[in-house]
Design a protein around this ligand. Sequence first.
Ligand code: ARG
Length: 562
Amino acid sequence: MDLKLVLAKEIKSQALSAWSEEDIYTLIETPKHAHLGDLAFPCFKLANEWRKAPVVIAEELARELSSPLFSNVEAAGPYVNVHFDSAFAGKEIVSSILEQGVRYGSHSFGKGRTIVLDMSSPNIAKPFSMGHLRSTVIGNAIANLAEKCGYETVKINYIGDWGTQFGKLIVAFKKWGDEEKVKENPIADLFTLYKKFHEEAVQDPSLEDDGRKAFKLLEEGDEEITKLWKWFKNESLEAFKIIYSLLGVEFDSYNGEAFFNDKMEEVVELLNEHQLLETSEGAKVVRLEDETLPPCLIKKTDGATLYATRDLAAALYRQREYSFDEALYVVGQEQTVHFKQVKGVLAQLGYEWANAMKHIPFGLYLKDGKKMSTRKGRVILLEEVLGEAITMARENIKKKNPNLKEAADVAKEVGVGAVIFHDLKNDRLNDIEFSLEHMLTFEGETGPYLQYTHARAQSILRKAGVSTTFTFDGLDDSSSWEVIKQLRLFPETVERAWKNYAPSILAKYLLELAKSFNSYYGNSKIINNDPKQESRLTLVFAVASVLSQGLNLLGIGSPQEM
Ligand code: ARG
């Protein structure tokens, strides 16, 4: 049972107004400080309707509200604060977790609605950057949260496989490339060629022209150039897929920029029909002065299309293909203007659904306080980071649990989990200082700490040899009540994390839950062969279940043992 709903029903029965239970429900808050109670109802809105002071209403309500679930109801200024009766409420909370199993924390408000996520979207022939890691893991967690709330999701990896840079790469390969070398180490070698192109172009600016021409030929479907491009693309995708399999992320579509090569003419025609295209210094642009944005470049002087042109075509295609209710673009905040422009152009074309397109930006990884850039060599290879994380996890496990079975699998889950959690625990807009050490600390606020807490709970259950049936008759110590209060917050945390597109909300919650559990574990003897043992074990089971679910929502594994 949802205790917030119990309170909403109670208030509804007292406050004879036109409000529905749901209206009341959404107003109920969880006080920031425990001494203020477990739930609070602000009386301002009711006061407006009744034309009475909120303080007076709070007092009246506090006098009338009652339920065996509440130990104390009191007015505090314009708020009604409700304290739960730990014995009664605890039973309700834990029973409902047992009853709902893996559905605990789920919502149905997303039913029948579709969320399209543009996420990861690395550029071929370039290393998979930490920025793309952020997009991948944030996007994946948001998609999981959406599904938990009942939505259908479509995860699209909009691979960067088109644009002038591929003309440059083709020129570089033809001039200096070696097929064998590329085959051996595709991304690194192609990237070296790409960097060499830029170095040489400083001396010889005609290279830039060659690059543009080569891209033009690619757009026109030139056979030899297309063949080279396809090869670069396949080699890169193979390398990316190794990373995705390590991260445990899957996509519903890999339609990247090139997929829209033959779909951009429609955009240009539409813009023409609406008389939105203007010529500026030979290029075609859409003016966005009303939105106080720089003009959106649609075609270059030589007729080549641009990043924005492709995004416009992709948006149209996605709306038709998936009729999305929301389209999320999980992309670094340096592209904010770009997405505003794309939305602005679609709005000028009269598409209402442009409002349902949302840029979900995130901050940068910094190295020594500076932006990591692919050009300047301050680049950190994700594959190396993950590799090192797994090795460190392995060493740690060897020390802690030398006889662990399947140690290699567990090390993978722990190492990768450390990297993912290090990212997701931060508000996504914050920049993150890149530190392998912090990422891989297995104590404190880290992924491995959560995994370890989960494994500890599982090990208690194993030790007790409990079957699958659990019952809960209530516990009366205060540290178990702290755990139960955290468990109660899981469903609303999921909802809040989704609504704010903020996996960090869930990440921080899991840390609180783990902390409360670890202090419970420290304060009580769980296996003690007394009448309360079964209830204590049931609580352990509920914690393990919520921790494991929460970690999985973040895209992190929860090994049974570590
Ligand atoms: N490939 C781009 C980059 O690495 C990101 C693409 C983001 N998605 C989009 N629809 N523009 O910068």
